[in-house]
Design a protein around this ligand. Structure first.
Ligand SMILES: [Zn+2]
Length: 416
């Protein structure tokens, strides 16, 4: 059976680093009968001085996985967590430690996935507190923070304190797009070892879709190219007809831009599609949470105690609604961003065609359309349009209202 690193597509260097670290961590546990069991303090160099140091020198207690979305940051973090919990210390993929970690049920592995726009300080404090306890499985307490760039400042400070004075058996695995100070504070970064992940090639993504997911090679090739190195997106495109329909609608935009009115219509359609996609993705979870809370609060009681409880539960319901609203906003932004990435791919294809660049198109199914655009717009026009899409992404990230940013983009795409 494949080991826990098998799904890390096209990341040989990172995998080698993580294998070394897992071996060091296992050696450290074996040596823990001895007097010194603490993980080496502070980050070692990227090559790790484990040859020179004692057991555990290739291991450290805080890591940052960086790379573009879809490159597998959280996959890498989870695989490493599994290797740390592996009974054989290798990430064999077959033992209970590996299994439960990958399945998300290991008692000593906590995964933080921010559902809203940021991870708050309360959440972080509770997490840090629990992470300090002795690992119940006798190995490591692992905390994975899947979007460390979404930490609030206060949450970042709570995390920093834990990283600065780590409990002896606790390992923090942070995932972020980059180590730019906008994503991870300089002080946190200075305490962590960095594992950079690359955007995997379309070939590598297609290969894993065929091997792991049993997708037909033709479909896998198409989806891998269209997803632009994003493994999860490629799998969705290959498997989910609705995801394909949404992509088709986005790629129809350049054709539909025939005037000012059409540009505004296209903007409204894009926003509404993102809202609908987001609503569908959170609806089920919202309802399940609400039902669970109502059960926990004992809905339907009467009498004085029940009245007091009702007052308290109104507050809890309000909290839940606030969290759900924040999550919905995040989901909308993510959906819109995916659409913009698809659209950018189209204008990138047009630019490549205008320049006669010897590169494969992102969207093979609209390549002819992109070529027609290239003839009308020339390279400059294609580049201006590509820039308009990228500016729209930046504006939304900087909190410009999505509708305003998208309308401005559509007008720019129409006018050129
Ligand atoms: Zn194992």
């Amino acid at each position: 059976m494949a080991d826990v690193f098998a799904d890390l597509v096209g990341q040989d260097e990172a995998v080698a680093t993580l294998r070394r670290a897992a071996a060091s961590a296992a050696a450290l546990l074996r040596a823990s009968a001895g007097p010194e069991t603490r993980v080496a303090d502070g980050p070692a160099g990227p090559d790790g001085p484990e040859e020179a140091g004692g057991p555990g020198a290739g291991m450290t207690h805080a890591w940052i996985f960086t790379g573009p979305p879809g490159s597998g940051r959280s996959v890498a973090a989870r695989a490493f967590a599994a290797a740390l919990q592996c009974a054989h210390g290798t990430g064999c993929g077959a033992c209970p430690g590996c299994h439960t970690t990958l399945a998300g049920t290991h008692a000593d592995v906590r995964l933080v996935v921010p559902e809203g726009l940021s991870i708050g300080v309360g959440e972080m404090r509770a997490l840090v507190l629990r992470a300090a306890s002795t690992p119940s499985g006798g190995r490591w307490q692992v905390v994975i923070i899947s979007d460390a760039d979404r930490l609030t400042e206060a949450a970042g400070n709570a995390l920093l304190k834990a990283i600065e004075e780590p409990p002896p058996r606790t390992v923090f695995l942070l995932c972020a797009p980059s180590t730019h100070p906008d994503d991870v504070s300089v002080t946190i970064r200075s305490r962590c070892r960095i594992v950079p992940l690359r955007q995997p090639s379309a070939d590598a993504v297609a290969e894993v879709l065929v091997r792991r997911d049993g997708i037909a090679p033709d479909t896998a090739d198409w989806a891998a190219a269209a997803a632009q190195g994003h493994v999860g997106r490629a799998r969705r495109l290959a498997r989910d007809p609705e995801a394909r329909q949404r992509r088709d609608a986005v790629l129809a935009v350049p054709r539909r831009l025939t005037g000012v009115g059409a540009a505004f219509d296209a903007a409204a359609a894009l926003i509404e599609a993102a809202e609908a996609e987001a609503a569908a993705s959170v609806a089920e979870l919202d309802e399940a949470e609400r039902a669970a809370l109502q059960t926990a609060l004992g809905a339907g009681g009467t009498g004085r105690g029940a009245t007091a409880a009702m007052r308290g539960s109104a507050g809890q319901l309000k909290d839940l609604e606030k969290r759900q609203k924040s999550r919905a906003t995040r989901a909308q932004r993510d959906a819109l961003d995916r659409a913009l990435v698809d659209l950018a791919g189209f204008y990138r294809d047009a630019l490549a065609s205008a320049l006669r660049a010897p590169v494969a198109p992102v969207h093979t199914d609209t390549a002819a359309l992109a070529e027609a655009g290239a003839q009308r717009w020339a390279a400059e026009g294609a580049l201006r349009r590509l820039e308009a899409v990228l500016e729209c992404r930046v504006a939304i990230e900087a909190n410009v209202k999505p509708r305003i940013a998208v309308e401005a983009m559509m007008l720019a795409l129409w006018k050129g």
